[in-house]
Ligand binder design. Structure first.
Ligand code: SF4
Length: 614
């Protein structure tokens, strides 16, 4: 039987995975290239999708087959990484981003299992080689690994004289602001395969283990090989240069290259002894072929992009609605995590006794579920609504967080605005779905329309004369408005208007009304329940997403729309250049309808709340 690196990383999750996978695949004698590519594709998409999450940590994209439209961006990232290596390293580079067949392959056989891996970039020189695994994520994960000192992250990594990240200890750097204890605590994450950076290091280490065993089986030396990850540089700012319409990523004005390497030769070496145990464990799991349920744990990666594919089977006892996972902000109960509670048989919200709950919000949730009632704090909601200044500008942006920047001043995965929808409510409750609707949608996905979007916003939103920009998850809209304002250094009037729209003073969140916002209610002189949710209905199931809230206040539905959610919106936009004129026209109008629905939903929710507290 054959096990690829990707499959190994799944098999090590728990004793049950291999047995479930056995049933699923009727494991083949050898892993076919197609199957391998399918697994790799899933991995790559997971990287891209996780990196696309927005500022407010909302997962923007789900399991949608259309997302494969994003794969070419990964191929381009791999190509850029290859160019980087060719520029900075001596040697002969082997790589091919589109045909695994041409990638360098390593394998070794132990106890009838053929372990194999393909290398993204293989650089041969002076009788040795470098291994470079390319990931469509950013170096923010490297910069963020370290303690925060006075609000600033102090990474345990620094760049060497070649601009390659290495651990501070390897470079002889001692950060006076980090104690050894803190350094070591953060260092431990390198060896946590479910940590955001540790995940990639484990991947590279498994790669190294297979490569070294391949070399040893042939009597070749494992010495002097170097192991790197290649990430997109989160500091890189694109200057907008294009040649023949294609983006060219020269070093930016601060000398940043779009690709950065992380040298993990020493770290992966340290991993080799730990991996001995993991390989033995996987062998046992395969031999035991034990299908019986095992405890759930962090290895299930529940609700993460990398969630185990067998989650629907192993989590089948957990109710879809009002399970223990619906408790808001509850990290631990009686010292147990939610997954540990599930392992103890505590599955439903009502399996927890009221007296065990510490937070008033959780007690409210429990009472609502137990009595099938709705909780409403009329005083807070009313005060929140009364604090709104008119006109209310119901605003929503659609963005494309492209792995590679496309326009001037953009960074990798920036939430690049391509559309907005706006409903203007001049006086309370008076807003027409069509007449009071304004919007802008980029004509294509090639040219930069951000300045036109900024200008159009200023045309419709007269914020200088007062009013409120209202959004659901307003932090996201504020961030985009601020970014748009930065494009207008030559037009201070527009710049300042956009900055004003983004200010806390002029913007507001529907979540402040339904969920809470302590700062707001403090400022409004509310003294009771300032840390408690304002509204709860068991149908929310612990979530205040607009799709959950809307049906409680309106019969408006997304089901009959051709573009139904943000994921479809960004993929539709990203495909504009590949559509026939007829497809383009149809999808362009579908996008307008979808975005219009989002802001109209906000109008309906606000009206619903008004009626609720009358
Ligand atoms: S869902 Fe969790 S317990 Fe089930 S196979 Fe996956 S990792 Fe194992």
């Amino acid at each position: 039987m054959a096990i690829t690196k990707t499959r190994f990383i799944n098999y090590i999750r728990c004793p049950r995975y291999a047995a479930l996978d056995d049933i699923r695949n009727k494991l083949l004698d050898d892993v076919s290239l197609e199957e391998y590519k399918e697994e790799e594709k899933r991995e790559i998409l997971n990287d891209i999708i996780s990196s696309m999450e927005d500022d407010s940590n909302n997962i923007l994209v789900d399991d949608n087959p259309k997302l494969e439209a994003l794969l070419p961006y990964y191929n381009e990232v791999e190509h850029l990484a290859a160019l980087y290596v060719q520029k900075h390293f001596e040697g002969k580079l082997t790589y091919c981003s589109t045909k695994t067949y041409y990638q360098k392959k390593f394998n070794f056989i132990k106890n009838d299992i053929n372990y194999l891996c393909y290398v993204d970039l293989f650089n041969e020189h002076d009788d040795t080689f470098d291994i470079i695994e390319v990931k469509a994520t950013t170096t923010k994960k490297v910069q963020d690994l370290g303690p925060a000192v006075r609000g600033e992250k102090h990474s345990i990594f620094s760049k060497d004289e070649r601009g390659i990240y290495r651990l501070n200890e390897e470079l002889g750097i001692v950060d006076p602001d980090i104690t050894e204890e803190k350094y070591m605590k953060n260092r431990e994450h390198l060896f946590d395969r479910y940590h955001s950076l540790g995940h990639y290091i484990y991947d590279l280490s498994v790669q190294r283990y297979i490569i070294e065993h391949d070399l040893q089986s042939k009597g070749l030396s494992t010495e002097n090989k170097r192991y790197y990850l290649a990430f997109l540089n989160c500091d890189y700012v694109y200057d907008g240069k294009r040649v023949d319409g294609k983006c060219v990523y020269d070093p930016d004005e601060n000398g940043n290259e779009i690709i950065n390497l992380i040298d993990l030769t020493d770290v992966t070496k340290e991993y080799m002894t730990k991996l001995e145990l993991d390989f033995k464990r996987v062998e046992e799991y395969i031999k035991n072929n034990d299908i019986s349920p095992c405890p759930l744990g962090s290895y299930c990666e529940y609700k993460k992009q990398t969630m185990c594919r067998f989650q629907p089977i192993c989590f089948d006892k957990i109710p879809h609605d009002n399970s223990i996972f619906a408790y808001i902000g509850l990290n631990k109960l009686n010292g147990l995590t939610k997954l540990e509670l599930v392992n103890e048989g505590i599955l439903n919200m009502l399996d927890v006794k009221e007296e065990e709950l510490k937070s008033t919000t959780n007690i409210i949730q429990r009472n609502c579920v137990e009595n099938n009632t709705i909780y409403i704090d009329k005083e807070k909601i009313r005060a929140g609504i009364e604090s709104l200044e008119y006109p209310i500008y119901h605003l929503d942006f659609e963005t494309f967080p492209c792995p590679l920047p496309r326009f001037r001043n953009e960074k990798c995965y920036i939430q690049s605005v391509f559309q907005f929808s706006l409903h203007i409510e001049k006086i309370p409750g008076v807003c027409d779905k069509e007449k009071d609707h304004f919007g802008y949608l980029a004509k294509d996905n090639i040219n930069d329309y951000r300045r036109e979007i900024g200008k159009a916003l200023c045309e419709y939103i007269d914020i200088k004369n007062g009013g409120t920009v209202l959004a659901h998850n307003v932090t996201f809209e504020r961030g985009r408005l601020k970014e748009l304002s930065e494009l207008f250094d030559d037009d201070l009037e527009t710049k300042n208007k956009l900055k004003m729209m983004a200010s806390k003073e002029h913007s507001f969140d529907t979540l402040y009304l339904v969920k809470n916002n302590r700062e707001l209610y403090d400022s409004l002189g509310i003294t009771e329940n300032v840390d408690v949710i304002n509204y709860y209905n068991p149908k929310l199931n612990g979530s205040y997403s607009i799709k959950k809230i809307l049906p409680l206040f309106s019969d408006l539905s997304y089901a009959n729309l051709d573009v139904k959610n943000g994921n479809e919106a960004l993929v539709t936009y990203s495909m504009f250049d590949k559509m026939t004129p007829e497809e383009y026209e149809f999808n362009y109008n579908a996008l307008i309808k979808y975005c219009q629905q989002d802001t109209w939903a906000m109008v309906e929710i606000l009206n619903g709340l008004r009626n609720l507290v009358k």
